[in-house]
Design a protein around this ligand. Structure first.
Ligand SMILES: Cc1cc2nc3c(=O)[nH]c(=O)nc-3n(C[C@H](O)[C@H](O)[C@H](O)COP(=O)(O)O)c2cc1C
Length: 190
C-alpha cells in the first residue's frame, strides 16, 4: 500500500517562534508579522509548494522562568510579542484552495461557547479547512494574564479540557440539525 505523507508548516504570529535569534538573519522578514500581506504571501508560498497545512502555535503568557525573569524573552523576542493566530486565517484561506489551518487554542481560560462559535465561523469561511490544536497551557504567567491567582496544576487543567471538549462537541453537533436551514421565502422560514 502506498503511504501518503502530509506536509505541515509550523508557524506562530510573532517574531521569534522556535528558531530563536533567526530574526537577525539578513533576509529575515519576521518584523512583518503584523502585516497581513506577510501571511497572505506565506499561505500562497505553502499552497504553491504543495503543503497540506499550516500549524499556528500560540501562547497566552510570557516565558519568565530563565533567571526568574521575563527580561531575556522580551529582549530577544522569544515568542513575545505574540498576536492572535485566529485573525490570520480568513485572509490566508481567501488566497488558497487546499491549504488547511490548524490553530492553537487553550481550553483553560475562555468559555467554550465563544470558541465554538469562532471555530464554526472559520469552518464555514475556509470550507472545512480549519483544525484546532487543543492545548491546556503550561505557562503560569498565562494564568496571571487571565486573572487566575492560584496556579493551575496539570491534572486540573486536563480535567477542565475534558469538559471543554465535551461542551464544544455538544455545541457543534447538537445545536443545529442537518438541513435545518430550508430558505423557504414564501413562508418566511429560513
Ligand atoms: C508539536 C507540539 C506543539 C505544541 N504547541 C503548543 C502551542 O502552540 N501552545 C502551547 O501552549 N503548548 C504547545 N505544546 C505543548 C503541549 O500542549 C503540552 O503542554 C506539552 O507537550 C506538555 O505536556 P503537558 O501539558 O501534559 O505537561 C506543543 C507541544 C508539541 C509537542
Amino acid at each position: 500500500m502506498v503511504k501518503k505523507i502530509y506536509i505541515n508548516a509550523f508557524e506562530m504570529n510573532c517574531v521569534g517562534h522556535i528558531a530563536h535569534g533567526l530574526w537577525r538573519h539578513p533576509e529575515n522578514q519576521r518584523h512583518r508579522y503584523t502585516d497581513l500581506n506577510y501571511w497572505v504571501e506565506l499561505a500562497q508560498l505553502l499552497e504553491n509548494g504543495k503543503f497540506d497545512a499550516l500549524f499556528l502555535a500560540d501562547v497566552v503568557g510570557i516565558y519568565d522562568v530563565y533567571k526568574q525573569s521575563r527580561d531575556t524573552a522580551v529582549r530577544e523576542a522569544v515568542q513575545i510579542p505574540v498576536n492572535d493566530p485566529f485573525m490570520l486565517v480568513s485572509a490566508m484561506a481567501y488566497v488558497t484552495k487546499h491549504l488547511a489551518f490548524a490553530v492553537t487554542f487553550s481550553t483553560t481560560y475562555e468559555h467554550p461557547y465563544g470558541h465554538a462559535r469562532r471555530m464554526s465561523t472559520l469552518d464555514h469561511l475556509t470550507k472545512g479547512r480549519i483544525a484546532w490544536n487543543v492545548v491546556t497551557s503550561h505557562l503560569p504567567s498565562a494564568d496571571k494574564n487571565f486573572g487566575i491567582k492560584k496556579i493551575l496544576e496539570h491534572d486540573e487543567r486536563y480535567d477542565m479540557a475534558d469538559e471543554y471538549l465535551e461542551v464544544c462537541y455538544k455545541l457543534w453537533e447538537g445545536s443545529w440539525e442537518d438541513n435545518a436551514v430550508i430558505r423557504d421565502i414564501d413562508n418566511n422560514i429560513l
